[in-house]
Design a protein around this ligand. Structure first.
Ligand SMILES: Cc1cc2nc3c(=O)[nH]c(=O)nc-3n(C[C@H](O)[C@H](O)[C@H](O)COP(=O)(O)O)c2cc1C
Length: 183
């Protein structure tokens, strides 16, 4: 089976981010045909449409890196029942200039995690609203809202077996989803 390059986008800049830990767990569990790499977003200045004609180099590099992948995995927390601004900014940066969105057509999946009970459901679905507009086929099942995330990790180790099995099924399903939408 062909290798598929996957961009992993994490919607948190926090050093001890649980969503980054979930992303790293998924990268460990991923089947070999997925070549997954975290693409950082914290270096992207707040998007300003005035800069479309002379974008900052960080924008150009980010857009090129997204263009080069076969799929995108979003791992996001929830801020005030929505997507953290840093993630929305990265989405906006990648989507411009108009007509040249780097995201266009890339299959993707969304997983959200929170120390709270809702598993960041609100952020997960706000993100999906943008993905429809961006023409990114988003894996519908399995849905992934990881609640009580603070109790599932000891350092970087996921200690809960049932969650590990869930994440294994999630990443295996994503590999199938990417393959189905491959060019
Ligand atoms: C500005 C802000 C807003 C937040 N709003 C929510 C929220 O709406 N729902 C929720 O479950 N947690 C919320 N939280 C708590 C985050 O889920 C928690 O900080 C989480 O650990 C962030 O993800 P991370 O560990 O990947 O950085 C909020 C945190 C911050 C800083």
């Amino acid at each position: 089976m062909a290798t598929r390059k996957i961009a992993v986008i994490i919607g948190s800049l926090r050093k001890e981010s649980f969503n980054r830990r979930v992303a790293k767990t998924l990268m460990l569990l991923a089947p070999t045909q997925l070549d997954m790499e975290i693409i950082e977003i914290g270096q992207l200045a707040m998007y300003n449409q005035d800069d479309d004609d002379s974008p900052p180099p960080t924008y150009t590099e980010f857009r090129e890196r997204i263009r080069a992948v076969d799929g995108v995995l979003f791992c996001t927390p929830e801020y005030n029942r929505s997507v953290p601004a840093v993630l929305k900014n990265a989405i906006d940066v990648g989507s411009r200039p108009y007509g040249a969105s780097a995201w266009n057509g890339k299959p993707c999946a969304v997983i959200s995690a929170s120390p709270g009970a809702s598993g960041a459901f609100g952020a997960n679905h706000h993100l999906r609203q943008s993905l429809v507009f961006l023409n990114m086929p988003a894996m519908p099942q399995p849905e992934a809202y990881i609640s009580n995330i603070g109790k599932l990790y000891s350092g970087d180790d996921l200690t809960e077996d049932s969650t590990k099995q869930f994440l294994q099924n999630f990443i295996d399903s994503f590999a199938t989803w990417v393959e189905r939408h491959a060019d």
